[in-house]
Ligand binder design. Structure first.
Ligand SMILES: [Zn+2]
Length: 400
């Protein structure tokens, strides 16, 4: 793609938007074409006369676009660091073709309606090409997580490109559990479930690099052109938290809750939800992890709270006997104890998993299992940024 950068009054240089493919248009800089003619307005040192007039510099449509995007909830730094490709140079937007290309990329990455981006006076709107079903908690509304949901859904669409296209049928929770246990596992843990999902054609990604302050959901179960995709957005160090969310989202897929080219958005995975589909997904997750769809674990026979150390040891023993992830044992038990007990449960989880790195585990699986050759380079870069795999610095809520 070629983009124009005007340099002073006369010389004009065309540069490829990709830095490695610089070229010069023969009609530009006809008299004084030189590599000193810099495509960046602010530092233009072209031989015909130096810096750009202010009215030209302020004519760059990116200035207005950044303001509109910021008003929408996508700050300029986030757009530059995450949504636009690393090769993008704002100077390219002074050429209509270059600006149009930026709008297409932003639409594709951030899930924005292209026509609303093109219309300078319009309010930016989300692209709803992948309809969503929102599972909310109490007073939450779908709009609360709109920006995060749109970004995560775009990641899901891109990730689906890197998965072998085949008819994926997720079996019952009991069958998934048996398959994981048969892979030489003591219990169904996050590592084993991720391997199962990727192995049967269900990619699982952790997307968390949202604009600072953007409200995000726990997870999404989507179907994109026949490929089920699980997106986890909850930040958690301990794997048992994300184990349940992945199992819950897999349950939505297995139970047929997600239609083709639809995203089911879980604002907050709530084990006490009375929503029929949530009840079914929770039962699937519990059966997958514990062997029974209604497991309520009771560990202490008396009325006293166990301390963190004894809770961790008891959970390990219980886990060995019942082939249940000890971290889930702690969470399941803690749920019955009420919110006041959570600090003790968290301390027990830390004893079970001192170097808890659940999100990193999901990222590592994606990095190793996704077929990157099937994904265009710009989209690969975007996925890397959104999932935190590249470890980049940005104005984003990321990355533990
Ligand atoms: Zn759900």
């Amino acid at each position: 793609m070629l983009a124009v950068a005007r340099c002073g009054a006369t010389p004009v240089r065309l540069v490829s938007a990709r830095r490695s493919q610089t070229s010069v248009n023969s009609t530009c800089c006809a008299t004084q074409r030189t590599d000193q003619c810099c495509p960046h307005f602010a530092s233009c040192i072209c031989p015909s006369g130096g810096t750009l007039p202010p009215e030209v510099a302020t004519a760059n449509p990116m200035t207005r676009l950044y303001q509109r995007l910021s008003d929408f909830g996508l700050p300029r730094k986030y757009v530059r660091d995450v949504a636009l490709p690393s090769w993008w140079d704002d100077a390219a937007a002074t050429n209509p073709a270059g600006y149009a290309q930026a709008l297409v990329v932003l639409s594709r990455h951030a899930g924005l309606e292209l026509s609303s981006l093109r219309d300078d006076s319009a309010t930016i709107r989300l692209n709803e090409s992948v309809p969503h079903k929102f599972k909310k908690v109490r007073t939450a509304s779908a709009d609360d997580v709109g920006v995060a949901r749109a970004l995560a859904t775009q990641v899901a669409k891109i990730v689906a490109l890197g998965v072998q296209r085949s008819s994926v049928k997720v079996p019952s929770a009991a069958e998934v559990r048996q398959a994981v246990l048969d892979s030489d596992r003591r219990w169904v843990d996050l590592d084993g479930l991720l391997d199962y999902c990727w192995g049967c054609g269900v990619p699982v990604v952790h997307v968390s690099a949202f604009p600072r302050g953007a409200k995000k959901m726990d997870g999404i179960a989507a179907r994109v052109n026949g490929i089920p995709v699980i997106v986890v957005s909850k930040e958690a160090k301990f794997s048992s938290w994300l184990l349940f969310i992945v199992a819950h989202e897999l349950g939505h897929i297995a139970c047929g809750h997600v239609e083709e080219n639809q995203a089911l958005v879980d604002d907050n995975v709530d084990v006490d939800s009375i929503d029929t589909e949530e009840v079914q997904a929770n039962a699937f997750a519990l059966e997958l992890i514990t062997g029974k769809p209604n497991t309520k674990i009771r560990l202490a026979p008396n009325q006293q709270w166990p301390n963190a150390d004894s809770l961790a040891k008891t959970a390990q023993r219980y886990g060995q006997q019942s082939r249940t992830d000890p971290g889930h044992v702690v969470l399941n038990y803690a749920h019955s104890m009420g919110t006041k007990f959570w600090p003790v449960a968290q301390a027990a989880l830390k004893k079970l998993e001192p170097r808890g790195s659940a999100t990193e585990l999901i990222r590592a699986k994606m990095a190793g299992r996704l077929n990157w050759e099937e994904i265009p380079e710009d989209e690969s870069e975007f996925v890397m940024r959104m999932t935190g795999v590249d470890g980049g610095d940005s104005d984003a809520d990321t990355v533990s």
